[in-house]
Design a binder for this molecule. Structure first.
Ligand SMILES: C[S@@+](CC[C@H](N)C(=O)[O-])C[C@H]1O[C@@H](n2cnc3c(N)ncnc32)[C@H](O)[C@@H]1O
Length: 408
């Protein structure tokens, strides 16, 4: 009798322990191996009976969450800096105080508050423009941390693409591209399609659309897409230089003066709007298909594809160049400018030199313009990317520029 009770008890106890344990292991298995803090979050969610939701790195949810958490995460970093200063001995802290270092940290706090006006505006607009994806609360409670570095990168793109401060950087890289597009007579442009993959914050796409071409700005990352929409929307951007950022405040290195570190940049230098000439394709470039011809009876596909600092983001350059080739009309033109900075850590299947990329382009069916071919000539363009022009450090690219024709 006693044996039976013990046996029943232990099998019931075993089941009572085993089932939750198995459920727990399965939950961990399907949600991926978590870090220690992620594990805590998972356990809490499993106990609360909530399913864990994961969003892609560049998704609208992840981007909105990151913009929303910008101020909190930045203040967290500031707290670490304040703590480091606080650890100084009394005498050295006094030196720091005499040099106004606490005031400098206070200025960072103000810069974060200023920048947060933009990031909060971006989130608010995102909620209005993506109600299906951002009205439910699950994107905020997914246990995912915002990516403050990607937010800062996007804020710097406001400077590169849409500020007076970025004018010289833009002139260097847009100039050679626009020169090639200027060669087409204005009347013919309205029947020509231009695709700009990896269009970032959209300035180049907008400039080309202003020339009369029918442009598709293609961008995968919603860190970029939400920021571009912030400029395109009348509800968030009404006039020139409406917004202000302190884009360099988060990195104290390479600064000549405290004022340079905290200098403000206003944007936009011109107000972009959507138009029949400017279409957004907020998706993976590799998923794009050939568009129908604008002219009745003409061949489908793009007349021009412009890749600016783009092809090296590819994890399979053969696939990328084949896709560019496939999207162009026969005889269509591919314009490229970029430095071949491959995704690190061996993630890209092929990390090619300039010579190899050009050879690959030939194998795929492109003919590259020679180095004497007027505005189409192949050459090196010295340029920068989201540079702080007052900093003590400059990163100069010797980027490759070429124009290629789809031959077959
Ligand atoms: C180095 S940035 C250049 C941005 C812009 N062309 C410029 O020069 O400022 C590369 C851009 O390509 C985008 N991108 C990368 N892979 C993509 C893909 N498969 N489809 C569309 N965009 C992509 C990235 O999100 C990023 O905005």
């Amino acid at each position: 009798m006693l044996d039976h009770v013990v046996q029943t008890l232990s099998s019931d106890t075993l089941l009572a322990c085993l089932i939750p344990a198995l459920l727990f292991i399965f939950s961990l298995y399907f949600s991926g191996l978590p870090s220690l803090s992620g594990l805590r979050q998972n356990v809490a969610e499993i106990i609360a009976g909530r399913r864990r939701t994961t969003f892609g790195h560049f998704s609208v949810e992840r981007a909105a969450l990151s913009y929303q958490q910008y101020a909190k995460l930045s203040r967290g970093e500031l707290a670490t800096m304040q703590a480091s200063y606080g650890k100084l001995g009394r005498a050295h802290k006094r030196v720091g105080y005499d040099m106004d270092y606490p005031a400098k940290l206070n200025r960072l706090q103000e810069a974060i508050a200023l920048n947060a006006k933009v990031t909060e505006g971006i989130v608010q607009l995102g909620k209005e423009e993506f109600p299906d994806r951002l009205s439910r609360g699950d994107w905020q409670s997914a246990g995912v941390h915002g990516d403050v570095h990607r937010v800062r990168e996007s804020l710097k793109h406001f400077v590169r693409d849409w500020s007076e401060e970025g004018r010289a950087e833009r002139a260097n890289i847009f100039g050679p591209i626009l020169d090639v597009l200027q060669d087409v007579k204005p009347a013919a442009r309205q029947e020509m399609r231009v695709l700009i993959p990896g269009s970032g914050l959209g300035r180049l796409a907008w400039e080309v659309s202003q020339m009369g071409y029918v442009v598709t700005a293609n961008e995968l990352s919603f860190f970029m897409n939400l920021a571009f929409r912030f400029l395109l929307s009348e509800s968030t951007t009404e006039h020139v230089n409406q917004h202000t950022l302190q884009p360099y405040a988060s990195w104290f290195s390479h600064q000549r003066t405290v004022d340079a570190l905290f200098r403000s940049v206003q944007f936009p230098d011109t107000v972009p709007r959507r138009s029949t000439n400017l279409e957004l394709a907020e998706c993976d470039f590799l998923g794009l298909e050939r568009p129908p011809a604008l002219r009745t009876g003409g061949p489908a596909g793009y007349d021009f594809i412009v890749t600016l600092f783009f092809i090296d983001t590819s994890l399979n350059i053969v696939e990328t160049l084949e896709h560019i080739h496939g999207l162009l009309k026969p005889g269509g033109t591919w314009i490229n400018l970029g430095p071949l900075l491959w995704t690190g850590g061996g993630q890209a299947a092929l990390e090619l030199s300039l010579e190899e990329v050009l050879r690959l382009a030939g194998m795929i069916g492109f003919e590259i313009a020679s180095d004497t071919d007027g505005p189409r000539r192949r050459r090196t363009i010295e340029c920068e990317y989201t540079a702080d022009r007052e900093a003590m450090m400059r990163w100069l690219y010797q980027a490759g520029f070429w124009v290629a024709t789809r031959m077959r």
